[in-house]
Design a protein around this ligand. Structure first.
Ligand SMILES: [Zn+2]
Length: 335
């Protein structure tokens, strides 16, 4: 493979890939900014930039009132598909090379009842629908990125021991999709993917430039963490480094849907909060929640969050975070 292989246009292990990524994440940039950020010689940067332009991956832009050119990604030179699979929802998005979402499609999914083939066939048909709506040719897709709510063996693109996804353990997700599409497919844990997005485009993008470290915690139906150390995602030996939702809390006997007792998720996950909210409503400890219940409103995260900002449902969250071991566990993880 050459450094300009169009099958692998964003391979960051190459100099060309590094320059492309810096321009994608921080562009438009002047040549001198790229020299500063890469530490490469001006002549080297300029040779690589010329070649990236000649294969159509970069373009020039002259800012208003300025004379010198800035470089930016030729955002429509290719496209990528992003797949976000949750316990109850599937979203598939078509993005340009600057990771801007152009179009998306999705629908409900039930990972306990639907097996991997059924779900992945839906991913394929959603992606085809997006290609068709955008009028893309067969070689327009540069890659597919897939976030799964499970520990993932990243190098093989397979989920490993997903706690509540029957049939998915070691299912070859990446190769299943690679048979359908002629582009590379990357599969990772969903919270790792969120952490990468925050590193490259979001709240941690300045930190990432300095190769900083941060922890992203996702608290939804499940609870997971994405760990970034010195600018790189840390997956751990079995791809489960951030899989904190099923760590046991000492002494807690709440039954978890994974079959074990006392998991963090069973105590502080979305379902657990809903159960606590219903109890608080019925036992008259929260007029706000009792009223929501009487209106047959779902006592879900949204209702709880709204109540918490009004100070009305905070007791449920207090209850969880004052649980002696949940607080300790969260502190241990963030240390
Ligand atoms: Zn569990």
């Amino acid at each position: 493979m050459t450094e300009f292989d169009l099958d692998d246009p964003v391979n960051v292990s190459t100099t060309a890939g590094r320059i492309f990524k810096i321009i994608r994440d921080h562009g438009p940039l002047y040549g001198k900014d790229i020299v500063r950020r890469t530490g490469l010689a001006k002549s080297t940067v300029s040779a690589y930039v010329d070649r990236l332009m000649s294969v159509g991956l970069l373009r020039e832009e002259i800012p208003d009132g300025m004379k010198r050119r800035k470089l930016k990604v030729a955002e429509s030179a290719g496209y990528v598909v992003g797949v976000a699979l949750g316990q109850s929802h599937l979203s598939v998005a078509l993005c340009d090379l600057e990771a801007e979402i152009i179009d998306s499609v999705g629908g409900p999914v039930d990972l306990v009842r639907e097996g991997p083939e059924k779900v992945l066939n839906r991913v394929v048909s959603y992606a085809r629908e997006l290609e068709q709506r955008a009028g893309l040719g067969p070689s327009a897709l540069f890659g597919i990125g897939f976030g799964l709510p499970s520990p993932v063996d990243y190098s093989h693109g397979v989920p490993v021991n997903p706690p509540v996804m029957p049939g998915w353990d070691r299912f070859p997700v990446a190769s299943f999709l690679a048979q359908e599409f002629t582009c590379p497919v990357f599969v990772d844990n969903d919270v790792n993917v969120m952490a990468l997005a925050e590193r490259d485009k979001g709240a941690a993008s300045d930190l990432a430039y300095r190769k900083g470290s941060f922890l992203l915690v996702k608290a939804g139906t499940g609870i997971g963490a994405g760990i970034v150390i010195n600018g790189e995602i840390y997956r751990g030996a079995k791809g489960a480094a951030g899989d904190i939702g099923h760590i046991g809390i000492d002494g807690d006997t709440t039954l978890c849907r994974c079959g074990n007792a006392g998991c963090l998720e069973a105590v502080a996950g979305g379902r657990a909060l809903a159960v606590r909210a219903r109890a608080a409503a019925r036992e008259g400890r929260s007029p706000y929640l009792a009223e929501a219940l009487s209106r047959e409103e779902a006592l879900d995260a949204e209702t709880l969050a709204r109540g918490a900002t009004m100070g009305a449902a905070i007791l449920v969250l207090d209850e969880v975070f004052s649980h002696k071991n949940v607080g300790m566990l969260m502190r241990k993880i963030s240390d």
